[in-house]
Design a protein around this ligand. Structure first.
Ligand code: BES
Ligand code: MN
Ligand code: ZN
Length: 513
Protein backbone atom coordinates (compact mmCIF):
# COMPACT_ATOMS: atom_id res chain seq x y z
CA UNK A 1 0.00 0.00 0.00
CA UNK A 2 1.44 3.38 -0.92
CA UNK A 3 2.28 5.84 1.82
CA UNK A 4 0.65 9.26 1.69
CA UNK A 5 0.65 12.51 3.61
CA UNK A 6 -1.90 15.32 3.55
CA UNK A 7 -2.34 18.80 5.02
CA UNK A 8 -5.38 18.87 7.30
CA UNK A 9 -7.07 21.96 8.70
CA UNK A 10 -7.28 21.04 12.36
CA UNK A 11 -5.69 22.00 15.66
CA UNK A 12 -3.70 19.35 17.53
CA UNK A 13 -5.87 19.70 20.66
CA UNK A 14 -8.79 17.31 20.41
CA UNK A 15 -7.47 15.65 17.25
CA UNK A 16 -8.29 11.95 17.34
CA UNK A 17 -5.38 9.84 16.10
CA UNK A 18 -3.48 6.72 17.19
CA UNK A 19 -0.33 8.85 17.29
CA UNK A 20 0.26 12.58 17.35
CA UNK A 21 3.88 13.47 16.59
CA UNK A 22 5.02 16.94 17.64
CA UNK A 23 8.33 18.50 16.63
CA UNK A 24 9.63 20.70 19.43
CA UNK A 25 12.64 22.92 19.85
CA UNK A 26 14.76 23.01 22.98
CA UNK A 27 13.28 24.56 26.09
CA UNK A 28 9.97 24.11 27.85
CA UNK A 29 6.69 22.87 26.44
CA UNK A 30 5.66 25.21 23.58
CA UNK A 31 3.00 27.68 24.81
CA UNK A 32 0.86 27.03 21.73
CA UNK A 33 0.38 23.49 23.02
CA UNK A 34 -1.37 24.78 26.15
CA UNK A 35 -4.82 23.73 25.00
CA UNK A 36 -3.55 20.30 23.99
CA UNK A 37 -1.85 19.91 27.34
CA UNK A 38 -4.98 20.85 29.28
CA UNK A 39 -6.77 18.14 27.33
CA UNK A 40 -4.12 15.65 28.33
CA UNK A 41 -4.22 16.55 32.03
CA UNK A 42 -0.88 18.34 31.95
CA UNK A 43 1.16 15.30 30.90
CA UNK A 44 3.29 17.34 28.48
CA UNK A 45 4.20 19.95 31.07
CA UNK A 46 5.11 17.22 33.58
CA UNK A 47 7.36 15.53 31.00
CA UNK A 48 9.37 18.74 30.53
CA UNK A 49 9.35 19.57 34.26
CA UNK A 50 10.68 16.14 35.14
CA UNK A 51 13.57 16.83 32.77
CA UNK A 52 12.87 13.60 30.91
CA UNK A 53 12.65 15.46 27.62
CA UNK A 54 14.25 18.77 26.67
CA UNK A 55 13.97 18.95 22.87
CA UNK A 56 17.57 18.11 22.01
CA UNK A 57 18.12 17.05 18.40
CA UNK A 58 17.00 13.45 17.76
CA UNK A 59 15.55 13.12 21.26
CA UNK A 60 12.17 11.36 21.39
CA UNK A 61 9.57 10.59 24.05
CA UNK A 62 6.24 8.79 23.82
CA UNK A 63 3.44 9.48 26.29
CA UNK A 64 -0.02 7.94 26.56
CA UNK A 65 -2.13 10.87 27.77
CA UNK A 66 -5.49 9.15 27.48
CA UNK A 67 -7.04 11.87 25.27
CA UNK A 68 -8.23 11.79 21.67
CA UNK A 69 -4.60 11.20 20.67
CA UNK A 70 -3.79 7.74 21.99
CA UNK A 71 -0.05 8.46 21.86
CA UNK A 72 1.90 11.69 21.74
CA UNK A 73 5.39 11.39 20.25
CA UNK A 74 7.70 14.33 20.91
CA UNK A 75 10.68 14.77 18.60
CA UNK A 76 13.47 17.17 19.50
CA UNK A 77 15.04 19.57 17.02
CA UNK A 78 17.58 21.49 19.12
CA UNK A 79 17.59 25.26 19.65
CA UNK A 80 14.63 27.14 18.14
CA UNK A 81 16.77 29.80 16.45
CA UNK A 82 18.81 27.05 14.83
CA UNK A 83 15.86 25.19 13.33
CA UNK A 84 16.62 24.77 9.62
CA UNK A 85 14.79 23.13 6.71
CA UNK A 86 17.19 20.18 7.01
CA UNK A 87 16.46 19.98 10.75
CA UNK A 88 12.72 19.84 10.07
CA UNK A 89 13.22 17.11 7.47
CA UNK A 90 15.31 15.18 9.95
CA UNK A 91 12.73 15.48 12.76
CA UNK A 92 9.94 14.34 10.42
CA UNK A 93 12.04 11.39 9.25
CA UNK A 94 12.65 10.36 12.84
CA UNK A 95 8.94 10.73 13.65
CA UNK A 96 8.07 8.61 10.63
CA UNK A 97 10.53 5.96 11.68
CA UNK A 98 9.20 5.82 15.25
CA UNK A 99 5.57 5.84 14.08
CA UNK A 100 6.30 2.92 11.79
CA UNK A 101 7.94 0.87 14.51
CA UNK A 102 5.08 1.58 16.93
CA UNK A 103 2.83 -0.13 14.41
CA UNK A 104 0.14 2.53 13.99
CA UNK A 105 -1.84 2.52 10.72
CA UNK A 106 -2.00 6.32 10.57
CA UNK A 107 -0.71 9.31 12.48
CA UNK A 108 -0.67 13.10 12.64
CA UNK A 109 2.34 15.41 12.64
CA UNK A 110 2.21 18.84 14.22
CA UNK A 111 4.75 21.63 14.00
CA UNK A 112 4.03 24.34 16.59
CA UNK A 113 4.54 27.88 15.26
CA UNK A 114 7.31 28.46 17.85
CA UNK A 115 9.32 25.52 16.51
CA UNK A 116 9.55 26.69 12.90
CA UNK A 117 12.53 28.99 13.43
CA UNK A 118 12.92 31.28 10.42
CA UNK A 119 11.69 28.66 7.96
CA UNK A 120 8.74 29.62 5.74
CA UNK A 121 5.48 27.68 6.04
CA UNK A 122 5.82 26.37 2.48
CA UNK A 123 9.33 25.08 3.04
CA UNK A 124 8.39 23.60 6.43
CA UNK A 125 5.50 21.69 4.85
CA UNK A 126 7.79 20.46 2.05
CA UNK A 127 10.47 19.30 4.49
CA UNK A 128 7.99 17.47 6.72
CA UNK A 129 6.48 15.63 3.76
CA UNK A 130 9.95 14.67 2.49
CA UNK A 131 11.13 13.58 5.92
CA UNK A 132 8.09 11.45 6.66
CA UNK A 133 8.42 9.59 3.35
CA UNK A 134 12.11 9.10 3.99
CA UNK A 135 11.62 7.82 7.54
CA UNK A 136 8.79 5.36 6.98
CA UNK A 137 10.45 3.56 4.08
CA UNK A 138 11.05 -0.13 4.48
CA UNK A 139 11.12 -3.16 2.22
CA UNK A 140 9.58 -6.40 3.46
CA UNK A 141 8.04 -7.83 0.28
CA UNK A 142 10.53 -10.67 -0.02
CA UNK A 143 10.02 -11.94 3.54
CA UNK A 144 7.29 -14.30 4.63
CA UNK A 145 4.73 -12.16 6.48
CA UNK A 146 4.81 -12.63 10.28
CA UNK A 147 1.96 -14.69 11.84
CA UNK A 148 0.73 -11.70 13.78
CA UNK A 149 0.48 -9.00 11.19
CA UNK A 150 0.91 -5.43 12.50
CA UNK A 151 -0.66 -2.61 10.57
CA UNK A 152 1.58 -0.73 8.15
CA UNK A 153 1.72 3.05 8.43
CA UNK A 154 -0.18 4.34 5.41
CA UNK A 155 -1.07 7.94 6.09
CA UNK A 156 0.21 10.89 8.10
CA UNK A 157 -1.74 14.12 8.36
CA UNK A 158 0.12 17.40 8.72
CA UNK A 159 -1.37 19.72 11.31
CA UNK A 160 0.46 22.97 10.72
CA UNK A 161 -0.03 26.09 12.82
CA UNK A 162 -0.53 28.06 9.61
CA UNK A 163 -2.93 26.32 7.23
CA UNK A 164 -2.32 28.66 4.32
CA UNK A 165 -2.19 27.92 0.62
CA UNK A 166 1.58 28.09 0.92
CA UNK A 167 1.51 25.10 3.24
CA UNK A 168 -0.54 23.10 0.75
CA UNK A 169 1.76 24.09 -2.13
CA UNK A 170 4.91 23.25 -0.16
CA UNK A 171 3.45 19.94 0.95
CA UNK A 172 2.62 19.03 -2.64
CA UNK A 173 6.25 19.46 -3.64
CA UNK A 174 7.55 17.54 -0.62
CA UNK A 175 5.12 14.68 -1.13
CA UNK A 176 6.18 14.42 -4.78
CA UNK A 177 9.87 14.37 -3.89
CA UNK A 178 9.14 11.79 -1.21
CA UNK A 179 7.28 9.61 -3.70
CA UNK A 180 10.11 9.96 -6.21
CA UNK A 181 12.69 8.97 -3.62
CA UNK A 182 10.54 6.01 -2.57
CA UNK A 183 10.20 4.87 -6.17
CA UNK A 184 13.97 5.03 -6.63
CA UNK A 185 14.61 3.08 -3.42
CA UNK A 186 12.08 0.41 -4.26
CA UNK A 187 13.85 -0.26 -7.56
CA UNK A 188 17.36 0.00 -6.07
CA UNK A 189 16.63 -2.54 -3.35
CA UNK A 190 15.70 -5.30 -5.80
CA UNK A 191 18.28 -8.04 -6.31
CA UNK A 192 19.98 -8.57 -9.63
CA UNK A 193 17.90 -11.61 -10.50
CA UNK A 194 14.73 -9.49 -10.34
CA UNK A 195 15.94 -6.06 -11.39
CA UNK A 196 17.37 -6.87 -14.81
CA UNK A 197 17.77 -4.33 -17.64
CA UNK A 198 14.38 -5.38 -19.01
CA UNK A 199 12.89 -4.85 -15.54
CA UNK A 200 14.34 -1.31 -15.48
CA UNK A 201 12.81 -0.73 -18.92
CA UNK A 202 9.48 -2.04 -17.61
CA UNK A 203 9.62 0.37 -14.67
CA UNK A 204 10.32 3.24 -17.08
CA UNK A 205 7.43 2.11 -19.28
CA UNK A 206 5.09 2.02 -16.27
CA UNK A 207 6.08 5.62 -15.40
CA UNK A 208 5.62 6.72 -19.00
CA UNK A 209 2.15 5.16 -19.21
CA UNK A 210 1.02 6.56 -15.87
CA UNK A 211 2.29 10.10 -16.47
CA UNK A 212 2.16 10.39 -20.26
CA UNK A 213 5.91 10.58 -21.05
CA UNK A 214 7.40 9.69 -24.40
CA UNK A 215 9.57 6.59 -24.17
CA UNK A 216 11.77 4.35 -26.28
CA UNK A 217 13.50 1.22 -25.07
CA UNK A 218 16.07 -0.26 -27.42
CA UNK A 219 17.05 -3.94 -27.20
CA UNK A 220 20.40 -5.59 -28.05
CA UNK A 221 19.77 -5.64 -31.80
CA UNK A 222 18.78 -1.97 -31.87
CA UNK A 223 21.73 -1.03 -29.62
CA UNK A 224 23.99 -2.73 -32.17
CA UNK A 225 22.24 -1.04 -35.09
CA UNK A 226 22.66 2.40 -33.42
CA UNK A 227 26.36 1.61 -32.85
CA UNK A 228 26.20 2.15 -29.09
CA UNK A 229 29.50 0.27 -28.97
CA UNK A 230 30.34 0.77 -25.29
CA UNK A 231 26.99 -0.49 -24.04
CA UNK A 232 27.07 -3.37 -26.51
CA UNK A 233 30.60 -4.34 -25.38
CA UNK A 234 29.67 -4.48 -21.68
CA UNK A 235 26.49 -6.41 -22.48
CA UNK A 236 28.17 -8.98 -24.74
CA UNK A 237 29.16 -11.16 -21.77
CA UNK A 238 25.64 -11.38 -20.39
CA UNK A 239 22.73 -13.65 -21.22
CA UNK A 240 20.39 -10.88 -20.04
CA UNK A 241 19.22 -8.50 -22.76
CA UNK A 242 20.54 -4.95 -22.35
CA UNK A 243 18.34 -1.89 -22.84
CA UNK A 244 18.91 1.70 -23.86
CA UNK A 245 16.02 3.69 -22.42
CA UNK A 246 15.03 7.26 -23.35
CA UNK A 247 12.26 9.05 -21.43
CA UNK A 248 11.01 12.52 -22.31
CA UNK A 249 8.88 14.94 -20.30
CA UNK A 250 7.85 17.95 -22.38
CA UNK A 251 6.64 20.49 -19.80
CA UNK A 252 8.00 23.45 -21.79
CA UNK A 253 9.52 24.20 -25.17
CA UNK A 254 13.20 24.88 -25.52
CA UNK A 255 16.40 23.00 -24.92
CA UNK A 256 16.01 20.14 -22.43
CA UNK A 257 17.86 19.23 -19.29
CA UNK A 258 19.19 15.73 -20.04
CA UNK A 259 19.66 13.35 -17.11
CA UNK A 260 21.80 10.25 -17.69
CA UNK A 261 21.73 7.40 -15.15
CA UNK A 262 24.06 4.39 -14.95
CA UNK A 263 21.91 1.26 -15.05
CA UNK A 264 24.26 -1.66 -14.37
CA UNK A 265 21.83 -4.08 -12.73
CA UNK A 266 24.70 -6.20 -11.40
CA UNK A 267 28.42 -5.51 -11.57
CA UNK A 268 30.56 -8.61 -11.09
CA UNK A 269 33.52 -6.76 -12.60
CA UNK A 270 33.42 -9.02 -15.66
CA UNK A 271 36.69 -10.84 -16.52
CA UNK A 272 38.48 -8.39 -14.17
CA UNK A 273 36.25 -9.99 -11.54
CA UNK A 274 35.61 -8.37 -8.16
CA UNK A 275 36.43 -10.06 -4.82
CA UNK A 276 33.49 -11.90 -3.21
CA UNK A 277 33.47 -9.64 -0.12
CA UNK A 278 30.42 -7.31 -0.36
CA UNK A 279 29.90 -8.16 -4.02
CA UNK A 280 26.18 -8.47 -3.26
CA UNK A 281 26.12 -4.66 -2.92
CA UNK A 282 26.75 -4.46 -6.67
CA UNK A 283 23.00 -4.91 -7.16
CA UNK A 284 23.00 -1.17 -6.34
CA UNK A 285 25.03 -0.37 -9.47
CA UNK A 286 21.81 0.80 -11.13
CA UNK A 287 21.27 3.55 -8.56
CA UNK A 288 21.92 6.30 -11.12
CA UNK A 289 19.14 4.87 -13.28
CA UNK A 290 16.87 4.72 -10.22
CA UNK A 291 17.60 8.40 -9.49
CA UNK A 292 16.54 9.35 -13.01
CA UNK A 293 13.34 7.28 -12.76
CA UNK A 294 12.55 8.78 -9.35
CA UNK A 295 13.00 12.28 -10.78
CA UNK A 296 10.53 11.44 -13.54
CA UNK A 297 8.02 10.36 -10.88
CA UNK A 298 8.40 13.86 -9.40
CA UNK A 299 8.01 15.49 -12.84
CA UNK A 300 4.89 13.43 -13.52
CA UNK A 301 3.32 14.48 -10.23
CA UNK A 302 4.23 18.19 -10.29
CA UNK A 303 4.17 18.83 -14.05
CA UNK A 304 6.55 21.82 -13.83
CA UNK A 305 7.18 23.99 -16.92
CA UNK A 306 10.48 22.42 -17.93
CA UNK A 307 11.72 20.06 -20.65
CA UNK A 308 13.58 17.00 -19.36
CA UNK A 309 15.04 13.94 -21.09
CA UNK A 310 16.19 10.86 -19.17
CA UNK A 311 18.68 8.43 -20.72
CA UNK A 312 19.40 5.07 -19.11
CA UNK A 313 21.92 2.63 -20.54
CA UNK A 314 21.24 -0.64 -18.72
CA UNK A 315 23.09 -3.96 -18.70
CA UNK A 316 24.69 -6.51 -16.42
CA UNK A 317 28.48 -6.78 -16.23
CA UNK A 318 29.26 -10.51 -16.34
CA UNK A 319 32.28 -12.71 -17.02
CA UNK A 320 31.67 -15.35 -19.69
CA UNK A 321 33.04 -16.86 -22.87
CA UNK A 322 31.61 -13.96 -24.82
CA UNK A 323 32.66 -11.19 -22.40
CA UNK A 324 35.06 -8.37 -23.27
CA UNK A 325 38.65 -9.00 -22.19
CA UNK A 326 41.36 -6.67 -20.87
CA UNK A 327 43.19 -5.28 -23.87
CA UNK A 328 40.20 -5.42 -26.21
CA UNK A 329 39.65 -2.28 -28.27
CA UNK A 330 36.07 -1.20 -28.89
CA UNK A 331 34.49 1.66 -30.82
CA UNK A 332 32.15 4.01 -28.94
CA UNK A 333 29.00 5.68 -30.29
CA UNK A 334 30.97 8.90 -30.80
CA UNK A 335 33.51 6.98 -32.93
CA UNK A 336 36.42 7.25 -30.50
CA UNK A 337 38.15 3.93 -29.85
CA UNK A 338 38.60 2.65 -26.30
CA UNK A 339 41.19 0.23 -24.95
CA UNK A 340 39.51 -1.81 -22.22
CA UNK A 341 42.23 -2.06 -19.57
CA UNK A 342 39.86 -3.21 -16.86
CA UNK A 343 36.45 -4.73 -17.55
CA UNK A 344 35.37 -3.53 -14.08
CA UNK A 345 35.51 0.06 -15.34
CA UNK A 346 32.25 -0.69 -17.20
CA UNK A 347 30.09 2.22 -16.05
CA UNK A 348 32.04 4.76 -18.07
CA UNK A 349 31.77 2.51 -21.16
CA UNK A 350 27.98 2.66 -21.12
CA UNK A 351 27.73 6.29 -19.97
CA UNK A 352 29.99 7.60 -22.74
CA UNK A 353 27.56 6.32 -25.37
CA UNK A 354 24.62 8.00 -23.61
CA UNK A 355 26.61 11.26 -23.44
CA UNK A 356 27.17 11.14 -27.21
CA UNK A 357 23.54 10.18 -27.82
CA UNK A 358 22.47 13.25 -25.81
CA UNK A 359 23.78 15.59 -28.53
CA UNK A 360 20.70 14.94 -30.68
CA UNK A 361 18.53 16.77 -28.13
CA UNK A 362 20.67 19.95 -28.27
CA UNK A 363 20.59 20.00 -24.46
CA UNK A 364 20.59 23.07 -22.23
CA UNK A 365 22.79 20.91 -20.02
CA UNK A 366 23.54 17.26 -19.32
CA UNK A 367 23.87 15.80 -15.82
CA UNK A 368 24.99 12.21 -15.41
CA UNK A 369 24.69 10.25 -12.18
CA UNK A 370 26.49 6.99 -11.49
CA UNK A 371 27.89 4.67 -8.84
CA UNK A 372 31.12 5.05 -10.75
CA UNK A 373 34.20 4.65 -8.55
CA UNK A 374 35.24 3.14 -5.25
CA UNK A 375 37.71 6.03 -5.09
CA UNK A 376 34.89 8.53 -4.39
CA UNK A 377 34.18 6.65 -1.15
CA UNK A 378 37.83 7.14 -0.17
CA UNK A 379 37.66 10.85 -1.06
CA UNK A 380 34.29 11.90 0.40
CA UNK A 381 33.03 8.92 2.42
CA UNK A 382 29.28 8.41 2.62
CA UNK A 383 28.46 12.08 3.23
CA UNK A 384 28.68 13.71 -0.19
CA UNK A 385 28.69 12.74 -3.84
CA UNK A 386 31.53 13.97 -6.05
CA UNK A 387 30.79 16.40 -8.84
CA UNK A 388 32.92 17.20 -11.88
CA UNK A 389 32.17 18.96 -15.12
CA UNK A 390 32.90 21.42 -17.87
CA UNK A 391 30.97 24.43 -16.59
CA UNK A 392 31.58 26.10 -13.23
CA UNK A 393 28.19 27.84 -13.19
CA UNK A 394 26.41 24.53 -13.78
CA UNK A 395 28.45 22.82 -11.05
CA UNK A 396 27.53 25.61 -8.64
CA UNK A 397 23.85 25.32 -9.64
CA UNK A 398 23.91 21.58 -8.91
CA UNK A 399 25.83 22.12 -5.68
CA UNK A 400 23.22 24.62 -4.50
CA UNK A 401 20.37 22.21 -5.40
CA UNK A 402 22.26 19.58 -3.40
CA UNK A 403 22.36 21.83 -0.33
CA UNK A 404 18.64 22.60 -0.55
CA UNK A 405 17.76 18.93 -0.99
CA UNK A 406 20.06 17.63 1.74
CA UNK A 407 21.80 15.47 -0.88
CA UNK A 408 25.22 17.04 -0.80
CA UNK A 409 27.77 17.13 -3.59
CA UNK A 410 31.33 18.42 -3.54
CA UNK A 411 33.52 19.35 -6.52
CA UNK A 412 36.68 17.61 -7.68
CA UNK A 413 38.91 19.25 -10.31
CA UNK A 414 39.06 18.12 -13.93
CA UNK A 415 42.39 19.85 -14.61
CA UNK A 416 44.19 19.15 -17.88
CA UNK A 417 47.04 17.52 -15.96
CA UNK A 418 44.76 14.57 -15.21
CA UNK A 419 43.90 13.93 -18.85
CA UNK A 420 47.12 12.00 -19.47
CA UNK A 421 45.97 9.29 -17.05
CA UNK A 422 43.57 8.04 -19.74
CA UNK A 423 45.98 8.03 -22.73
CA UNK A 424 46.24 4.68 -24.52
CA UNK A 425 49.12 3.31 -26.60
CA UNK A 426 46.78 1.64 -29.05
CA UNK A 427 43.42 3.46 -28.97
CA UNK A 428 42.09 7.02 -28.61
CA UNK A 429 41.56 6.55 -24.88
CA UNK A 430 41.76 3.79 -22.28
CA UNK A 431 39.10 3.01 -19.70
CA UNK A 432 41.25 2.84 -16.56
CA UNK A 433 44.00 5.08 -15.29
CA UNK A 434 44.85 3.00 -12.24
CA UNK A 435 44.48 3.98 -8.59
CA UNK A 436 45.66 7.63 -8.35
CA UNK A 437 42.80 10.15 -8.65
CA UNK A 438 40.43 7.31 -9.59
CA UNK A 439 37.26 9.41 -9.53
CA UNK A 440 38.82 12.26 -11.50
CA UNK A 441 40.28 9.98 -14.17
CA UNK A 442 36.82 8.44 -14.58
CA UNK A 443 35.46 11.97 -14.94
CA UNK A 444 38.10 12.74 -17.56
CA UNK A 445 37.18 9.61 -19.48
CA UNK A 446 33.55 10.79 -19.67
CA UNK A 447 34.65 14.29 -20.62
CA UNK A 448 36.28 12.85 -23.76
CA UNK A 449 32.75 12.09 -24.98
CA UNK A 450 31.11 15.42 -24.08
CA UNK A 451 30.60 17.71 -27.06
CA UNK A 452 28.47 20.80 -27.46
CA UNK A 453 26.71 21.25 -24.09
CA UNK A 454 27.47 22.17 -20.48
CA UNK A 455 27.97 18.98 -18.51
CA UNK A 456 28.36 17.78 -14.94
CA UNK A 457 28.95 14.29 -13.59
CA UNK A 458 27.86 13.02 -10.17
CA UNK A 459 29.65 10.04 -8.61
CA UNK A 460 27.28 8.51 -6.02
CA UNK A 461 29.18 5.28 -5.24
CA UNK A 462 29.47 6.37 -1.58
CA UNK A 463 25.95 7.76 -1.11
CA UNK A 464 23.56 5.52 -3.08
CA UNK A 465 23.19 3.01 -0.27
CA UNK A 466 24.15 2.73 3.37
CA UNK A 467 24.96 -0.07 5.76
CA UNK A 468 24.41 2.18 8.77
CA UNK A 469 21.19 2.54 10.66
CA UNK A 470 20.86 5.98 12.32
CA UNK A 471 17.96 8.05 13.72
CA UNK A 472 16.81 9.04 10.27
CA UNK A 473 18.32 6.47 7.96
CA UNK A 474 17.38 2.92 7.14
CA UNK A 475 19.96 0.34 6.02
CA UNK A 476 19.88 -0.10 2.28
CA UNK A 477 19.08 2.19 -0.64
CA UNK A 478 18.93 5.98 -0.14
CA UNK A 479 17.34 7.17 -3.39
CA UNK A 480 20.29 9.58 -3.68
CA UNK A 481 19.87 12.05 -6.51
CA UNK A 482 16.08 12.23 -6.75
CA UNK A 483 15.63 15.20 -4.42
CA UNK A 484 18.75 16.89 -5.80
CA UNK A 485 17.69 16.53 -9.45
CA UNK A 486 14.15 17.59 -8.56
CA UNK A 487 15.33 20.75 -6.80
CA UNK A 488 17.55 21.45 -9.81
CA UNK A 489 14.83 21.14 -12.44
CA UNK A 490 12.20 22.89 -10.30
CA UNK A 491 14.55 25.85 -9.86
CA UNK A 492 15.06 25.95 -13.63
CA UNK A 493 11.31 25.79 -14.16
CA UNK A 494 10.88 28.59 -11.66
CA UNK A 495 13.43 31.03 -13.00
CA UNK A 496 12.39 30.76 -16.63
CA UNK A 497 15.69 29.40 -17.96
CA UNK A 498 13.55 26.77 -19.64
CA UNK A 499 10.96 29.12 -21.10
CA UNK A 500 8.32 28.76 -18.40
CA UNK A 501 8.61 31.54 -15.81
CA UNK A 502 5.60 30.58 -13.73
CA UNK A 503 7.15 28.43 -11.03
CA UNK A 504 5.38 25.48 -9.51
CA UNK A 505 1.87 26.32 -8.41
CA UNK A 506 2.82 29.85 -7.56
CA UNK A 507 5.47 28.80 -5.08
CA UNK A 508 8.70 30.61 -5.73
CA UNK A 509 11.26 27.82 -5.78
CA UNK A 510 14.06 30.29 -5.29
CA UNK A 511 12.32 31.68 -2.23
CA UNK A 512 13.41 31.74 1.38
CA UNK A 513 14.46 28.41 2.85
N1 BES B 1 30.37 -0.06 -9.71
C1 BES B 1 31.75 0.15 -9.46
C2 BES B 1 32.01 1.29 -8.48
C3 BES B 1 31.54 1.11 -7.05
C4 BES B 1 32.43 0.78 -6.06
C5 BES B 1 30.23 1.35 -6.69
C6 BES B 1 32.01 0.65 -4.75
C7 BES B 1 29.80 1.23 -5.37
C8 BES B 1 30.70 0.89 -4.41
C9 BES B 1 32.48 0.47 -10.76
O1 BES B 1 31.96 -0.14 -11.90
C10 BES B 1 33.88 -0.03 -10.61
O2 BES B 1 34.05 -1.22 -10.50
N2 BES B 1 34.85 0.88 -10.62
C11 BES B 1 36.21 0.53 -10.49
C12 BES B 1 37.01 1.28 -11.53
C13 BES B 1 38.44 0.81 -11.66
C14 BES B 1 38.48 -0.60 -12.21
C15 BES B 1 39.18 1.76 -12.57
C16 BES B 1 36.68 0.88 -9.07
O3 BES B 1 36.24 1.90 -8.54
O4 BES B 1 37.42 0.10 -8.51
MN1 MN C 1 32.71 -2.10 -12.16
ZN1 ZN D 1 29.95 -0.60 -11.85
Amino acid sequence: MPFETAVVRAAPAGYATPLLAIAVARGGAPPSLGELDTGTGGALARLFEAGDFSGKRDETAVIYPGGPAARVLLVGMGKAEEVTPAGLRRAAALAGKRARSLGVPNAAFHLPAEARGGVSVATAAQMIAEGLAQGVWQYTEMKRPPEERRPVLERVELLLADQSEAAVAGHRIGAALGAGQTLARSIQVLPGNVCTPSYVAGAAQELATRHGFEITGRDRAEIAREKLGGLLAVAQGSAEEPRFIALEYHGADGAPVVLVGKGVTFDTGGISIKPAQNMEDMKYDMSGAAAVLGTFEVLGRLKPPVHVVGLIPSTENMPSGTAIKPGDVITSHLGKTIEVINTDAEGRLILCDALSWARRYHPACVLDIATLTGAIVVALGHTAAGIMGTDDALIEEVRAAGERSGERVWPLPLWDEYRDLMKSEIADVKNSGGRPAGSISAGWFLREFVEGYPWAHLDIAGTAYTDREDPTRVKGPTGMGVRLFSEFVLARAGNGKQGGAKGVDGKSVKGER
